[in-house]
Design a protein around this ligand. Sequence first.
Ligand SMILES: NC(=O)c1ccc[n+]([C@@H]2O[C@H](COP(=O)([O-])OP(=O)(O)OC[C@H]3O[C@@H](n4cnc5c(N)ncnc54)[C@H](OP(=O)(O)O)[C@@H]3O)[C@@H](O)[C@H]2O)c1
Length: 251
Amino acid sequence: MNTALVTGASAGFGQAICRKLIADGYKVVGIARREDKLQNLAKELGSNFLPLQLDITKKDAVESILLQLPQNFQPIDILINNAGLALGLQPAYEADYADWETMINTNIIGLVHLTRQILPGMVERNFGYIINLGSVAGTYSYKGGNVYGATKAFVKQFSANLRTDLLGKKIRVTNIEPGLCGGTEFSTVRFHGDEKQAAAVYQDSLFITPEDIANTVSWLVNTPAYFNINSLEIMPISQAPAGLTVVKEAK
Ligand SMILES: NC(=O)c1ccc[n+]([C@@H]2O[C@H](COP(=O)([O-])OP(=O)(O)OC[C@H]3O[C@@H](n4cnc5c(N)ncnc54)[C@H](OP(=O)(O)O)[C@@H]3O)[C@@H](O)[C@H]2O)c1
């Protein structure tokens, strides 16, 4: 039975991915900071799920927890770098610098910690799959997307560069790049707990669900071993890149 490690298992995509992979017959290590949410998921998913409370921004903690993984949850064959967040939607000249640091520390540095720890084992075994959760924000700019979009551009390019380093090895890398997705805590986190502002993002719009992303992950890991989807951009039909903006009287 293969084992997957999913970061951000306490909510949104990560939780749905854990549920789907357990249903598909994998063992799953689920990582997040909120212990109570992880324990509830563990009760639901049973003994093939291992909840691990961990802040992925803490390099030493990541290293020591991965070294202490129970034997029956080793080796990690699938790494799903899903934990991440957007904070704020202010223009760059008004944004909270601490928010920027948190996004960089989580979306870039946390993802890099996990990857650097787990990848050597995959290379040794010449087997593995890394799935990163990027975003359309890594490709298309939008107002207030400043550092969030830039962290996801990092994830996109890091995924592509991993593919290059792993060329000829039986290790696959995919960057999933979702657009508007509801049913997660993403916007509540972005607006620092303002549920009303978060709900307005999805009101009267069709959106992708966490289950759609989980089904996509399930499909990816079941594609033939010679097959690599480099990146996968997913939007609801309510969303599209809609052209450049021209300001007529820029001052
Ligand atoms: N929803 C969207 O519209 C959307 C679109 C494109 C891309 N994405 C990306 O998809 C991923 C998942 O988003 P989501 O919508 O599922 O968000 P979510 O519902 O807010 O879930 C984010 C998860 O990340 C975990 N997390 C955050 N910081 C962490 C840290 N320092 N250490 C460990 N875990 C941490 C959270 O758990 P704890 O708080 O318990 O630690 C939570 O489980 C993110 O990378 C996001 O950027 C989302």
